[in-house]
Design a protein around this ligand. Structure first.
Ligand SMILES: *[C@@H]1O[C@H](CO)[C@@H](O)[C@H](O)[C@H]1NC(C)=O
Ligand SMILES: *[C@@H]1O[C@H](CO)[C@@H](O)[C@H](O)[C@H]1NC(C)=O
Ligand SMILES: *[C@@H]1O[C@H](CO)[C@@H](O)[C@H](O)[C@H]1NC(C)=O
Ligand SMILES: *[C@@H]1O[C@H](CO)[C@@H](O)[C@H](O)[C@H]1NC(C)=O
Ligand SMILES: *[C@@H]1O[C@H](CO)[C@@H](O)[C@H](O)[C@H]1NC(C)=O
Length: 387
């Protein structure tokens, strides 16, 4: 993980020019948990010009449950039905949370709510799931997880939440005894950030996160489900599946749906042979091992339009060439959407100057050609990074 932090607007850190994030500095209590990455740096002029790239983390960290704890309500007798768990992630005048990635597992069913919006539901028993969600930088953010015990002994719940702050730092929040719970079904309105849980109980430790109630280790989820992604390239691939050596440019422009603002995202990408990934004109990362895709966190997307561009290179003669990518975009209403490389991407032979810039006109470029999905392409034995 390579993280850079730039304090451009020290007294109004939550302000993002021209975006939905308006300035209302909130002087709430500072968060106590430890910051895992990020070192303050002075701002060089060239950095100011590339503000957005400095907010992109080169390689998304892999989340696990090693420092988390399985928690429950403290009830010792078996009970079916729902129990609530709440955890507040504070905002302050100097720490503006923009995005969170959460992995969780539960016995049995879960419902994940962030700031009163249901983000996802599912079966948490023996399953680990991942969600990426845009946060509110100007106010406290409330994570509220309902766990429904449908059979057998009740509970527990485990989660790890990676929070991205506006300044490029991250923080890892884990399930522990600071989470609030009840030994009853939750009252109406309990997922709302304004709900008062001060009378709730502290959650109780059940098992360390290095163990599971089912005995076998966790199977952690991929950063992005790549099943629906296509390997793409120009239409130059010949009947033997071979491509000329050289660079090819690719672009995908993603416009936020009406009424939604993009907040943050993830990219999983691979290439045969090499890629350079650009987001909104800024270089985010390079790679060149087609057996192993790589993952990137993009904590600071444009609310309205985001341009993903790739310089793909075939560096070996008499060989196939392709890129593959999945792009997750989290919106300000709690929803998220995943986009994949396919024939809606634009491509051209060579690398026109400025091809990666959002303002570049790619309307004369060709549609990319598809060379099979992740599961049924020429490229086998390709690993996807974990969430
Ligand atoms: C809990 O799960 C059971 C079994 O699937 C279901 O009947 C019940 O409606 C669920 N409770 C809630 C509050 O979702
Ligand atoms: C991944 O996506 C495929 C295709 O949309 C779907 O069938 C599969 O269930 C997904 N896998 C997971 C673990 O969500
Ligand atoms: C480009 O790909 C080749 C072949 O996979 C690899 O040997 C080389 O290291 C890659 N270059 C970069 C910059 O990743
Ligand atoms: C490949 O794409 C180019 C540019 O769009 C087009 O001129 C050419 O006809 C295409 N070739 C084939 C074989 O489809
Ligand atoms: C899969 O690729 C790895 C290198 O990334 C290699 O060590 C392994 O032998 C390959 N497995 C198969 C079945 O090809």
């Amino acid at each position: 993980m390579f993280s850079k932090v730039v304090f451009l607007l020290p007294s109004f850190l939550c302000v993002v020019a021209g975006s939905l994030l308006r300035s209302t500095p909130d002087i709430s209590a500072d968060t106590a948990t430890s910051i895992t990455a990020g070192v303050a740096a002075n701002v060089a002029t060239s950095d100011v010009l590339h503000l957005r790239s400095l907010d992109s983390r080169a390689v998304a960290p892999t989340l696990n449950f090693d420092d988390s704890t399985w928690i429950w309500t403290g009830e010792t007798t078996a009970h079916l039905g729902v129990r609530p768990f709440r955890k507040r992630i504070p905002s302050s005048s100097t720490k503006c949370p923009v995005c969170a990635t959460i992995i969780l597992s539960s016995d049995d069913l879960y419902s994940l709510n962030v700031n009163g919006v249901e983000i996802g539901t599912g079966e948490g028993w023996r399953n680990t799931v991942v969600y990426t969600v845009g946060l509110n930088p100007e106010s406290d953010n409330e994570f509220a997880i309902a766990v429904n015990n449908t059979v057998g002994a009740a509970g527990p719940l485990i989660a790890t939440i990676l929070v991205d702050y506006k300044d490029g730092t991250t923080e890892t929040v884990v399930t522990d005894t600071t989470w609030k719970t009840l030994q009853t079904v939750p009252p109406t309105g309990w997922t709302s950030p304004s709900f008062d849980d001060s009378e709730w109980l502290a959650a109780v430790k059940v098992l360390p996160g290095t163990q599971t109630p089912w005995g076998t280790p966790f199977v952690l989820p991929p950063a992005i489900n790549m099943t629906d992604a296509y390997w793409i390239w120009t239409n130059e691939t010949d009947a033997k599946g071979q491509d000329p050596v050289g660079h090819r440019a690719f672009r995908d422009t993603i416009t936020s749906p009406y009424g939604k603002a993009a907040v943050c995202g993830k990219v999983v990408i691979g290439a045969d042979n090499n890629y350079t990934l650009f987001v909104n004109g800024d270089s985010v990362g390079v790679g060149g091992n087609w057996h192993a895709m790589e993952a990137y966190s993009i904590p600071n997307l444009d609310p309205d339009v985001n341009v993903f561009a790739v310089d793909g290179e075939n560096d070996a003669p008499v060989s196939p060439a392709a890129i593959i990518a999945g792009i997750l975009i989290a919106y300000n209403d709690g929803s998220s959407e995943t986009f994949y490389t396919d024939d809606t991407w634009k491509t051209i032979i060579g690398l026109p100057g400025g091809f990666q810039e959002p303002s570049f006109d790619d309307s004369a470029w060709s549609d990319a050609s598809e060379y099979g999905t992740f599961l049924n392409a020429h490229w086998k034995n390709v690993t996807i990074p974990l969430a």
